[in-house]
Ligand binder design. Structure first.
Ligand SMILES: [Cu+2]
Length: 252
């Protein structure tokens, strides 16, 4: 079934959606009132045979009331939105929970690089795990990200988390999210960044702590295998041996 919103998969999704609905209802209400009044006036006072236009000077106080009463009502609605928005902004942008996990997100034309801390939980150490176009996080874990761009302005957008953050070249922008459900979800660049912008997609894999640790262990094992293969002296016999075996099979 077609739903109004994408799934809610982060702790802030509900608040963002409520804000969205509040603004939609308030603006929608005034849109309907203004259009209904306009259409009523147009039809009620349309040109009719036998009716002659009159010149009315009007009443100053009534004219002012027609201007100031709607303006006051709209300012009240505006303040209502401001108050709600500020409290959500403070909760999301200022009162961020302490990081239990960190990740660095690097954007470039037109792909994503994700740097996960290895078992030591720290970025910029030898055990970091680097992936392309696939971010791994564990569920129910406040995760802080550092967002960078290598070339132009991109945007780290994860619709199910209700996150949309510009990546600016030369700056490191931090933010956070906490995923609430396991699964694989879309990441999409949300800032026009060149001809490949539409292809700049990635996934976030939200998994249980156990599965996350398993993934980390297998990523480390895979890397060690690659390092081992790269360091192994290449002999004519080993090349010959490999060429007779199917890719992905056991080449020994
Ligand atoms: Cu883009």
């Amino acid at each position: 079934m077609l739903s109004l919103f994408p799934e809610q998969v982060s702790t802030i999704s509900g608040e963002i959606d409520s804000l969205f609905m509040l603004i939609t209802y308030l603006v929608g209400f005034w849109f309907v009132v203004a259009e209904a009044a306009l259409l009523y006036m147009v039809f009620r006072h349309r040109r009719k045979p036998g009716s002659k236009a009159q010149y009315i000077e009007g009443n100053n106080r009534r004219q002012l009331a027609w201007v100031f009463v709607p303006v006051a009502l709209i300012v009240i609605c505006d303040l209502w939105i401001d108050i709600e928005t500020t409290s959500v902004w403070n909760r999301i942008k200022l009162e961020r929970p302490p990081a239990e996990q960190k990740v660095r997100v690097i954007t470039q034309q037109w792909s994503w690089m994700f740097i996960h801390p290895g078992p030591d939980g720290q970025l910029d150490t030898a055990d970091d795990i680097v992936t392309a176009n696939e971010l791994h996080v564990s569920v129910n874990t406040p995760t802080h990200y550092e967002l960078e761009s290598r070339d132009v302005v991109h945007n780290f957008s994860v619709p199910v988390f209700r996150i949309k953050q510009d990546a600016i070249p030369g700056r490191v922008i931090s933010g956070w999210f906490e995923a609430t459900r396991t699964g694989r979800y879309d990441i999409q660049c949300a800032e026009m960044c060149g001809i490949g912008h539409g292809l700049m997609r990635a996934s976030v894999v939200v998994e249980t702590q156990d599965n996350y640790e398993q993934w980390m262990a297998s990523a480390i094992q895979e890397r060690q295998g690659l390092v081992f293969a790269a360091n192994r002296p290449t002999t004519f016999a080993s090349l010959l041996n490999r060429s007779f075996h199917k890719p992905g099979g056991n080449n020994e």
